[in-house]
Write a protein that binds this ligand. Structure first.
Ligand SMILES: Cc1ncc(COP(=O)(O)O)c(C=O)c1O
Length: 286
């Protein structure tokens, strides 16, 4: 079955979806995107993802091409056209097609593209054993709170992890924990979950918010603050999270064990809370 995508008002086979070379997404990386996990054909935390899309569009001063109801209808239509029950919906808005020039073009419609792919959540072995990570200096721009399609810095930093045969690169800006290249990061110290603040140095993750919500609902103490490398390396536990990787324990950082080198008790608790929440929400929606 060929993959169906959405481009500028029409659903079509992916092979037919083409964009002019002068699209500002292609020329400048001038656009924003979202990625929404879909379980049993139901988008997870859709409102939160559409809120963040609006924030990203506002951040790059691009008018939202669709009202909320249109996005919701398009997303459901795309999900229905895919054979997989569990999917990830990718949506992408650029500043459209115009003669190459830095200033915003006037009167140009944005390019809107959407596709779905099969969703693969982490295998049980990764959940049980945890993952390895390396660290690197966070040398990205100062507006990492926007989900911009220009991901070159994230790609270069992620490739460091691939080259080192580990799962993720944990980023520190001037020695302070920010996030991963495509994940948010939490640590645990003496039973307290440590979380970097939602500022311009990290993407406000939908999973990050859910983890803090679950922690609050289950009276797990949280400290939001700026944590330096030494403190993170000494932490009892380290976690990464995202919509597709859910929550995983990082058990080594730059080859040094975190805690006892195994996923810790708070990780197990949070992983179970996350799975329970997901199944509850999905049941309620059915
Ligand atoms: C840089 C970055 N941080 C964090 C995340 C996690 O965000 P979410 O939980 O919304 O998937 C992502 C997701 O792609 C990301 O790219």
């Amino acid at each position: 079955m060929t993959q169906t995508v959405y481009l500028n008002g029409a659903f079509m086979p992916i092979e037919q979806a083409t964009v002019p070379v002068l699209d500002r997404g292609f020329i400048f990386g001038d656009g924003v995107y979202e990625l929404i996990p879909v379980y049993s054909r139901r988008p997870f935390r859709l409102e939160e993802h559409l809120n963040r899309l609006q924030q990203s569009l506002d951040g790059i001063r691009l008018a939202n091409p669709h009202p909320r109801e249109t996005w919701t209808a398009l997303i459901h239509e795309l999900i229905a056209r895919d054979e997989n029950a569990d999917q990830s919906v990718y949506l992408h808005v650029t500043r459209g097609v115009a003669k190459r020039d830095h200033p915003f073009p006037e009167g140009v419609p944005p390019t809107v593209f959407m596709m779905t792919n099969p969703l693969t959540t982490p295998p049980a072995t990764l959940v049980e054993q945890g993952v390895a990570a390396i660290s690197a200096e966070d040398n990205r721009w100062g507006r990492c709170n926007l989900k911009a399609i220009s991901l070159l810095p994230n790609i270069l930093l992620r490739q460091l992890a691939v080259d080192a045969h580990v799962n993720e690169t944990v980023l520190f800006r001037d020695g302070i924990l920010t996030e991963g290249t495509a994940t948010n990061i939490f640590a645990v110290e003496n039973g307290v979950i440590l979380a970097p603040p939602k500022d311009q140095h990290m993407l406000p993750g939908i999973t990050y918010d859910l983890i803090l919500e679950l922690a609050a609902a289950h009276r797990m103490p949280v400290e939001i603050g700026k944590f330096d490398q030494a403190r993170i390396r000494r932490a009892d536990e380290l976690w990464l999270c995202s919509s597709t990787r859910e929550v995983l324990a990082i058990v080594t950082l730059d080859g040094q064990t975190i805690g006892d080198g195994h996923p810790g008790p708070l990780f197990r608790k949070m992983y179970d809370l996350y799975q329970d929440y997901k199944h509850r929400v999905m049941r309620a929606a059915s």
